[in-house]
Design a protein around this ligand. Structure first.
Ligand code: HPA
Length: 232
């Protein structure tokens, strides 16, 4: 697992709310220089282990001007920018043992799990900072220019980041159920007058600030999830 800035690099197996789970503490990113197929290899391994549901989280810049730093955005859809340029983790020969050549992505984000997150979020009193929206992935590591932020917002993205979408595509290819959410760690700069600047320190500080609430949201969701695994 990716072992660079901000990511611990461990694979942790255990029980969460009575359900067998495996957690990635860290992940691979395009900006670290990995081939996109390596970034998504863990999803294939999880599929072979019998994992049914994948929960992904990320830090993201808020393009939607209604979003505040510290908001949690349930991902309802994505825009795959590297994919537009031909960098898709499924490019190359298709391994039919995992899935079909041309997988559907219009149902990538499981609707029931999105509703579960809304319900659990309300119950936990997180309603004020729980949002939903569209996440756009870029390669990074440089943060976006003002013109890029404006363009992405005009294209329909609510948040921008450097991860998750590649893994979602491969998880869906393997037939796993996907839920994903973004922690808005900074507001994307949309104005030439603005004094704000995206920086990694702010990203880490916001992540720390919401860590316990994110854990509670995920563990409560897991407690309520249907579980079908016959191997367990
Ligand atoms: N842009 C891209 N990736 C990010 C950002 C951002 O503003 N914040 C956290 N990850």
């Amino acid at each position: 697992i990716g072992c660079l800035d901000g990511h611990a690099g461990r694979l942790v197996f255990g029980m969460l709310k009575g359900k067998p789970c495996v957690c990635m503490q860290g992940r691979f990113h395009l900006y670290e220089g990995y081939a996109i197929q390596k970034i998504t290899l863990p999803m294939r391994i999880f599929s072979l282990l019998g994992v049914e549901t994948v929960i992904l989280t990320n830090a993201a810049g808020g393009l939607n001007q209604d979003f505040k730093v510290g908001d949690i955005m349930i991902m309802k859809d994505h825009i795959n920018m590297p994919g537009f340029a031909g960098n898709n983790p499924l490019a190359g020969p298709n391994d039919d043992r995992f899935g079909v050549r041309f997988p559907c992505m219009s149902d990538a984000y499981d609707r029931e799990l999105q509703q579960l997150a809304v319900d659990v979020g309300q119950e936990l009193g997180y309603g004020d900072f729980l949002r939903e929206g569209v996440y756009c992935v870029l390669g990074g590591p440089s943060f976006e220019t003002i013109a890029e932020c404006r363009m992405l917002h005009n294209l329909g993205a609510d948040a921008v980041g450097m991860s998750t979408v590649h893994e979602v595509i491969v998880a869906r290819h393997c037939g796993m159920r996907v839920f994903a959410m973004s922690l808005i760690t900074n507001k994307s700069v949309m104005d030439y007058d603005s004094e704000e600047k995206a920086n990694h320190k702010e990203v880490l500080e916001t992540a720390q600030h919401r860590a316990v609430q994110l854990q509670k949201l995920v563990s409560t969701m897991v407690a309520r999830m249907e579980f079908n695994n016959t191997n367990a």
